[in-house]
Design a protein around this ligand. Structure first.
Ligand code: SF4
Length: 450
């Protein structure tokens, strides 16, 4: 029910979990300023687009929606309209030229400036803040906890921001800045509070999460690597499950692999973006590892944790990718047998090394053929792997009611698979024993045990 004097914010989020997490932070800040969030832009006094520019499609989607917001301004000239996230960081003040009805443009590192920017906009002055913050002294991790935590089961916890890598196709370093790591104390404190408030799982968030490296202010173990951080969280908080996204193969060390074998709270799943199975392509992508090293990591992980599920990202049709290079990717998939993949056709992004220096020379039709070929292979592999789990008893963390409204519950298994089963909605937030009864391409079906 909309109250006359209540201020409402509508925020539309595009892109990755980092953006989802940032939008939650924005809502928390705005709550302090008296805003409630709404899903209906027509009822909002503040309309924000938290945007993504990782691929052309995502960029266009955001831009076309921003263009359509003039109607709200015509309806009420006091409506404030703003753009944040990666398109704001990339296009900066030029967005005001393209969309004169915009009031706010702020980058991912400037979310804490929102109260000030809003104040500007309410006094009919445009708000622009797009500096990248690259030092821990200056960067503020805005991870406030809401007073009450919905009986959610899982929460994202950002442990670092930015990326120091230079993958030739990737725009992230230029829109998210350098890596800044959050103090281990802050991370442990937040996760411990989340656990006390009923959360069972923490998902550690970072663009290149396993490059995490920080110092403890008050303890002998000064140097805290990513593996050590996971160990600290397990030992010093009441959380049941730990996950993380997104790691980089070049930063997977023996300590992290061993942690999978020794830490029961660390869920047996890793999403490890490979991108290509050909060394020549990996070199042009500036990924910093070889196919041999990647396979070695996979073998180490499976030795440490035999039931681990390994998923990945793949790009087909990257600059200079020959049929033989593509075949290397295809054969690596056959050898490794990923549990699932996200696959994309190469999309040149302005502002990246590849866009400026490497020819986008793989024809569109060839990119499509290669994409279809690896998706077809993965469908077979995923089905085979899911079918092998039928009859197995698993511990599912109940996330929510099933989105397809079939009156089922949606649970997440330790290996990150989704399983649907019937049960009482009061079980949301609980870890329950389930027997797998059927397999589908991207999920499983089950029945509760006992
Ligand atoms: S690791 Fe590479 S692909 Fe990932 S965010 Fe950094 S530059 Fe981009």
């Amino acid at each position: 029910m909309y109250k006359n004097d209540q201020k409402y914010v509508y925020i539309r989020t595009f892109g990755c979990q980092m953006n989802e997490h940032d939008s939650r932070k924005i809502i928390l800040i705005l709550k302090e300023l008296g805003f409630e969030s709404t899903d209906e832009p027509e009822n909002a006094q503040l309309i924000l687009f938290n945007t993504c520019t990782i691929r052309e499609k995502a960029h266009h989607k955001a831009i076309s929606q921003i263009g359509r917001t003039t109607i709200y301004k015509e309806r009420d000239p006091n409506t404030i309209i703003g753009v944040c996230g990666c398109v704001a960081q990339q296009d900066k003040e030029s967005l005001f030229d393209k969309y004169p009805h915009l009031d706010l443009v702020f980058g991912p590192d400037q979310i804490n400036k929102l109260p000030e920017l809003l104040d500007h906009a309410q006094r009919k002055k445009r708000g622009l803040s797009v500096e990248l913050v690259n030092t821990p002294e200056e960067y503020t991790f805005l991870d406030q906890l809401p007073e009450e935590v919905a009986p959610a089961s899982s929460s994202f916890v950002s442990i670092m921001k930015g990326c120091n890598c230079a993958c030739s196709y990737c725009i992230v370093p230029s829109v998210r800045g350098k890596e800044v790591c959050r103090s281990p104390e802050e991370i442990v404190a937040e996760i411990d509070q989340l656990a006390k408030l009923g959360n069972r799982e923490a998902v550690l968030l970072g663009q290149n999460v396993n490059a995490y490296h920080s110092k403890r202010s008050n303890s002998s173990t000064k140097d805290v690597t990513f593996a050590k951080l996971i160990r600290l969280i397990s030992d010093e908080t009441g959380i049941d499950r730990i996950r993380f996204t997104s790691p980089h193969p070049k930063d997977v060390g023996e300590d992290l692999i061993l942690e999978y074998g020794q830490n029961e709270k660390l869920c047996p799943h890793i999403h490890l973006p490979l991108q290509s199975g050909a060394n020549e392509t990996l070199k042009r992508m500036r990924r910093g590892y070889t196919r041999e090293r990647y396979i070695e990591i996979v073998r180490g992980l499976r030795k440490a944790s035999p039931d681990i599920s390994i998923t990945t990202d793949l790009i087909v049709g990257f600059c200079g990718e020959s049929d033989a290079d593509f075949q290397m990717t295809f054969e690596l998939m056959e050898e490794v047998e990923f549990d699932s993949i996200f696959a994309f056709k190469y999309s040149p992004r302005p502002g990246t090394f590849a866009y400026e220096q490497l020819p986008d020379d793989v024809e569109k039709v060839v990119k499509e053929e290669r994409l279809e070929k690896i998706l077809a292979l993965q469908r077979l592999i995923s089905m085979k792997k899911n079918e092998a789990l039928i009859g197995k008893d698993v511990e599912a963390l109940v996330y929510s009611l099933d989105r397809m409204n079939r009156g089922l519950l949606t649970g997440r298994m330790p290996d990150n698979r989704i399983i649907h089963f019937s049960g009482n909605p009061d079980l949301i937030g609980d870890i329950v024993p389930v027997r797998v009864t059927a397999a589908h391409k991207n999920s499983l079906a089950g029945e509760m045990i006992g």
